[in-house]
Ligand binder design. Structure first.
Ligand code: UD1
Length: 340
């Protein structure tokens, strides 16, 4: 009745969501293939909660492995689907790998949910579906733009597959959460973001630079139309994002969703520049950051931030943590991982 399959539950956003689910009334089964996560996060979850989630090591894009899992846990009531490849640049080099992994996983999970009688599906979508919006902030009604990368397209196509499936199958309801830029780590420093190799994303790059692992941060472009010339994003605490998943699932369980497929923006609702992030990080960490301005990164948009009033009205969700809190937890996590 309350068993939730969390795909990618050992990963960055997945592990934080598992903590919030287990702190609520849900029983969790994690499925992860550790392609971009590590088993240590399961230990971290156990240290925070005092209980260990069930873990199945399997690949969501492999139908027979997933069928086995559903046979064993035939009482799965819902799925929160995080497991995906997510490196934008890599997706341009390896489009088929991205489509195969990200799209097959969605198809397998929806098929098995239907076959075994599960009812609820929450999907990790992204603000990338809006591209560079013409009007800011973006609402859920803002037009979607052609994806800038195969990765981005898997989010757009993923939403389409889910919408078409749930509209055809009255027994399944879905919510897609369009994340803006989640950052930070659990305040316990037991779980956090641990990219394999060189980080693509801004905040892990900053914390690794401050920890001395990277010589300097490169800031991609200072000729954007923004107060200091650097690009604008909507950064918010990953624990707030994790809580949005619990609220989305609660809504589906209560049946208070207004249609079989709903979409919500999830962000702080405020645009912040790269240089503002650097300054805020320096303030909370007390560390001076070595950085240089370089050219724009291919495929980057200039600015995006969310209108989150729909999530506030319908889910009762709003960010609680400040940007400074989020950056401090990111730094505390990095220090713990590096033994600083
Ligand atoms: C990126 C993806 C987005 C994906 C998200 C999660 C692109 C265009 N978008 O979001 O689709 O959902 O990651 O993986 O890649 N920056 C620097 N120096 C760095 C790293 C980043 O200046 O070393 C800047 C970027 O140019 C950008 C901002 O920091 O302006 C945020 O970058 P990032 O953390 O990669 O997130 P997004 O690009 O918003």
């Amino acid at each position: 009745m309350n068993k939730i399959l969390v795909t990618g539950g050992a990963g960055y956003i997945g592990s934080h969501t598992v903590v919030e689910l287990m702190n609520s009334w849900y029983e969790v089964v994690i499925v992860d293939n550790f392609s971009n996560s590590n088993p240590g996060s399961i230990d971290g979850i156990e240290r925070i909660i005092g209980r260990r989630p069930v873990l199945v090591e399997a690949d969501c894009s492999d139908y027979s492995q997933m069928h086995e899992l559903f046979k064993k846990h035939s009482d799965i009531a819902g799925v929160i689907h995080f497991a995906a490849l997510k490196a934008v640049g890599e997706s341009v080099e390896k489009p088929l790998e991205y489509y195969r992994n990200n799209i097959l996983s969605i198809i397998n999970l929806l098929s098995l949910l239907r076959e075994f009688g599960g009812k609820h599906f929450v999907f990790s979508s992204s603000c990338t579906v809006y591209g560079q919006p013409d009007v800011l902030p973006v609402t859920e009604q803002s037009p979607l733009k052609p994806a800038m990368s195969p990765y981005g397209n898997t989010k757009k196509v993923g939403e389409d597959i889910i919408r078409d499936t749930v509209l055809a199958s009255a027994n399944i309801s879905a919510i897609a959460l369009r994340y803006f830029n989640p950052i930070g780590a659990h305040p316990s420093s037991e779980i956090g973001e641990l990219p394999l190799g060189k980080p693509d994303n801004l905040v892990p790059f900053i914390t690794q630079t401050a920890a001395g692992i990277r010589p300097k941060l490169q800031i991609f472009g200072n000729d954007y139309n923004s107060p200091d010339g650097t690009a604008i994003r909507d950064y918010f605490h990953v624990v707030d994002l994790a809580k949005a998943h619990v609220l989305a699932l609660d809504r589906l369980f209560k049946g208070s969703n207004k249609s079989n497929f709903e979409v919500f923006n999830v962000g702080a609702g405020q645009g912040v520049t790269v240089l503002e992030i650097v300054k805020a990080f320096e303030k909370v960490s007390g560390k001076k950051l070595n950085y240089e301005i370089v050219g724009r990164r291919a495929g980057d948009i200039e600015k995006v931030w969310a209108d989150t009033s729909l999530a506030e009205k319908e889910l009762g969700w709003k960010v609680k943590s400040s940007l400074e809190d989020a950056l401090l937890t990111a730094w505390n996590w990095e220090k713990k991982v590096r033994g600083i």
